[in-house]
Design a binder for this molecule. Structure first.
Ligand code: 13P
Length: 317
């Protein structure tokens, strides 16, 4: 069968979404053309918040698998679809639920704070979920004498420890994309573009975070880039965010920070890039793959996700 042109695909995707009362949500890291066709683009927190309040019958989550799982846990009466169910997340993979549960058991009396980049089974042994948009504020809102386990991202955990003065016990996980950024490559770019401001996601290693003019979630980096007076930015996060940055601030220059083993000159998450227009079309048309979460796991996992949403609302996030 001949494949449809992108224009025809986009028209069909919009037609199907309308016909089926489906909402298409996309993370800033997926391919630009998928972001462009989505009803809603956001960071991990915004995607969870939007899923929790949508009145659509179907949610199509264009991102990695844990994002679909989070939507499915929050919306048990809706059909949640993902264009590619093999789109995993290296951070989630770095924290197998059984090993994390054993770690939690070995450290009784701790409040367990987990990054949203985890599987549903890991969330099931968690007290409160956080994202890079609210981790600092949620940790600060916990009583100062509460011992905390933070997983799985060690870089984000170290960053939150440094901001809050807490001494959270950290799981040793990392995002394979963010861990690749190098101080040397960013400094070399800085010497070529001395006026450029450096935007860094907190999943990067500490020495890279120290170079930042702004550290924040994808949404926070985007907001800063639009509002700041600088016209050039070096961006140390997955390069998909450059699409929306360039759209929102077309007169500004965004330079992707290269990885340390620079083979591609950009920094891409191969799992996010599995989400294509063609797969989005097929998944809407066939209404699969459907994200399913074991009921027992979902019953436990929804509590820390809802706690995150409630605390975020209270904190005005
Ligand atoms: P945010 O969406 O919170 O910026 O985090 C990025 C990420 O890790 C997506 O997998």
């Amino acid at each position: 069968m001949m494949s449809k042109s992108n224009t025809a695909l986009k028209a069909e995707i919009r037609r199907l979404a309308k016909e089926k009362n489906a909402v298409i949500m996309a993370h800033y890291y997926v391919n630009g053309e998928v972001q462009d066709i989505a009803d809603f683009i956001g960071d991990s927190l915004a995607l969870a918040q939007e899923a929790a309040k949508t009145d659509a019958d179907i949610i199509v989550l264009c991102g990695v698998h844990f994002m679909g799982e989070t939507a499915a846990i929050l919306c048990p009466d809706k059909k949640v679809l993902v264009p590619d169910e093999t789109a995993t997340c290296s951070l989630a993979e770095s924290c197998p639920a059984d090993e994390f549960a054993a770690f939690v058991k070995a450290h009784p009396g701790h409040t367990v704070v987990s990054y949203v980049n985890t599987t549903a089974a890991t969330k099931a042994v968690t007290d409160v979920v956080v994202t890079s948009s609210n981790a600092r504020q949620i940790v600060e809102a916990l009583p100062a004498d509460t011992p905390i386990i933070f997983g799985p991202d060690q870089n984000l955990g170290n960053y939150i420890n440094s901001l809050t003065g807490r001494n959270m016990l950290l799981w040793n996980g990392a995002c394979h994309v963010h861990a690749r950024f190098s101080v040397e490559k960013i400094l070399a770019l800085k010497s070529e573009h001395p006026a450029a401001k450096v935007l860094v996601h907190p999943e990067c290693k500490g020495p890279v975070v120290k170079l930042a003019d702004k550290v924040g979630s994808t949404a926070a980096l985007l907001k800063f880039a639009i509002a700041d007076e600088a016209t050039e930015f070096i961006v140390a996060t997955e390069s998909g965010i450059l699409h929306e940055m360039q759209k929102k601030a077309p007169q500004k220059t965004f330079i992707p920070a290269p990885p340390d083993d620079s083979t591609c000159g950009c920094n891409e998450c191969e799992y996010m890039k599995l989400v294509t227009l063609e797969k989005l079309y097929r998944c809407l048309k066939d209404e699969q793959p459907v994200v399913t979460v074991d009921t027992e796991v979902a019953t436990l996992a929804i509590k820390p996700i809802q706690r995150m949403l409630e605390m975020s609302a209270r904190l005005g996030l």
